[in-house]
Design a protein around this ligand. Structure first.
Ligand code: FES
Length: 110
């Protein structure tokens, strides 16, 4: 469908959820996951200040470069060295990430 992309999200139990996310609402991936009612802490609400929206990117998509804030946050949370580790709130929902595969990070759960 136009203006909707699919993101494949593996939750902490290993279940895969194919969620639809609108590209025209200014959402980031964390917000898209929230809107689909998957449990995610995302304590800071998308400010790159908590790392509880961390994920591991499993597909080969061209993602925006990490900002210094994102890198520092992932580093502080000890997940920076995990392959493909990112903050979901720092990835905008756009057509370029259609089909993105992510694994929710340990810090997203309770
Ligand atoms: S929601 Fe806090 S860093 Fe993404």
């Amino acid at each position: 469908m136009e203006n909707l992309i699919t993101i494949h999200v593996t939750d902490l139990e290993g279940t895969i959820h194919d969620i639809l996310a609108p590209t025209d609402m200014g959402f980031n991936v964390m917000e898209a996951i929230r809107a689909n009612e998957l449990p995610i802490k995302a304590t800071c609400g998308g400010m790159a200040m908590c790392a509880t929206c961390n994920c591991i990117v499993k597909s080969e998509h061209d993602l925006p470069e990490m900002s210094e804030d994102e890198e520092a946050m992932l580093d502080e949370a000890f997940v920076l060295d995990l392959e493909g580790s990112r903050l979901m709130c720092q990835i905008p929902v756009s057509n370029t990430i259609d089909g993105l595969k992510i694994q929710m990070g340990e810090l997203t759960g309770d």
